[in-house]
Design a protein around this ligand. Structure first.
Ligand SMILES: Nc1ncnc2c1ncn2[C@@H]1O[C@H](COP(=O)(O)OP(=O)(O)OP(=O)(O)O)[C@@H](O)[C@H]1O
Ligand SMILES: [Mg+2]
Length: 263
């Protein structure tokens, strides 16, 4: 791998008595697509929350293009080039599909309060540019025909795609996707995975993708990292990880727990 764009070393966080993530490490190169897998409660979302400044790690370092990011707030992480989607969809439900994407451009806008209040030339120029770019992003996820609808009126699978378009509106270099296919049927899932793959190519993105379903990430990612109880239990090619006895045990254990609960 060339110089990693995102480099994480010895990352850890403790919530009271619970070490939710421990000694986590990761390097993602430009244009790489890496899967982060693990059973429920393994610590996957917590890793994302640290990478996006929502939680401050208790140990370890996060570097983006060689710059240390520890202590940065979520909006600073976005400005630096890390953007995400959420496990539970978080859209501006009462805003249009287009405005949801335009909202992501906010931190890059240059007009000042005076110019926006009095709608000066620079305001309109930037607004027009952002509108064009937002439409392009909607096109790239197949949602442009819904641009004027309220976000809450989109079917669930489309809302997930809108979240991705919004995340891309920030102009990120690193995209973190937290179970983007959750709640989708197999056809929608396959289509979404194709979209993610294409976007990565088109935009030269580095992507870290959280997914429960191993079969889904197998075909998509070059590399997988598996965690359980906050620690890395395997990493490597999808084939290596899927055949790792610790991973098999972690997933079988999770299945057995679910079976026991449903009895
Ligand atoms: N803010 C918090 N305070 C206390 N405990 C937390 C907090 N956030 C996460 N945890 C705990 O950390 C552990 C890891 O949770 P996390 O949400 O990261 O798991 P996950 O791998 O994303 O699981 P899932 O697949 O269910 O989404 C869990 O035990 C969770 O209860
Ligand atoms: Mg999670």
């Amino acid at each position: 791998m060339t110089k990693p764009i995102l480099k994480v070393e010895n990352l850890g966080i403790r919530f009271g008595g619970l070490q939710a993530v421990d000694n986590f490490h990761l390097e993602i190169g430009k244009n790489e697509l890496v899967g982060l897998i693990g059973p429920n409660g393994a610590g996957k979302t917590t890793v994302f929350n640290m990478l996006t400044g929502v939680y401050q790690p208790t140990e370890g370092t996060i570097e983006l293009e060689g710059v240390k990011m520890n202590g940065k707030k979520p909006h600073q992480m976005v400005e630096a080039g890390i953007s995400r989607t959420f496990q539970n969809i978080r859209l501006f439900k009462k805003m249009t599909v287009l405005d949801n994407v335009k909202a992501a451009f906010n931190h890059k806008m240059h007009y000042n309060l005076f110019e926006s209040m009095f709608r000066c030339g620079s305001y309109w120029k930037e607004e027009a540019e952002v509108t064009v770019q937002a439409h392009e992003l909607l096109q790239s996820v197949g949602l442009d025909e819904y641009a004027d609808q309220l976000a809450e009126n989109l079917p669930y699978g489309q809302q997930r795609k809108l979240e991705i378009a919004r995340a891309l509106g920030t102009g990120c270099k690193v995209l973190l996707l937290d179970e983007p296919a959750a709640g989708m049927n197999p056809t929608e899932t396959a289509e979404l995975m194709n979209t993610i793959f294409r976007l990565r190519e088109e935009k030269g993105l580095s992507i870290l993708l959280i997914e429960h379903d191993m079969s889904l990430v197998m075909g998509l990612c070059e590399r997988l990292v598996a965690i359980d109880y906050g620690r890395i239990i395997a990493e490597g090619t999808p084939y290596e990880v899927a055949n790792n006895p610790k991973v098999i045990a972690a997933y079988l254990g999770a299945e057995e727990e679910q079976n026991a609960e449903s009895k």
